[in-house]
Design a protein around this ligand. Structure first.
Ligand code: ZN
Ligand code: ZN
Length: 99
């Protein structure tokens, strides 16, 4: 499954298309970026954010993340890991998940 990485291109700033395994491709610059290099450049941020003060976790772009204090933030690579650690889906960024 391919996904779009908005303004992900390090060279021209265009959207990238691809996936974790195959890498992300910029049509404009004709360059394929590896997931690793995008992560290292800060284009891909750690995906899920929770707080030590609550039991909810968010997608990094959720407005709920803005109110979290930096020192209380905890990060998860997947919702599976977050759930394992006792967190549940935020109602704002995961409207379709049971909680
Ligand atoms: Zn580009
Ligand atoms: Zn959220």
């Amino acid at each position: 499954m391919n996904s779009t990485l908005k303004k992900g291109c390090i060279i021209c700033g265009a959207d990238l298309k691809g996936n974790k395994k195959a890498g992300f491709y910029c049509k404009k610059s004709n360059i394929l970026f590896s997931y690793k290099s995008l992560k290292a450049s800060g284009i891909i941020k750690r995906e899920l954010v929770g707080s030590k003060k609550s039991d909810k976790f968010h997608k990094s772009e959720c407005i709920g993340v803005i109110s979290l204090k930096k020192e209380n933030m905890v990060f998860f690579s997947s919702d599976k890991t977050a759930k394992k650690r006792g967190y549940s889906h935020c109602a704002l960024c995961y409207p379709n998940y049971p909680r």
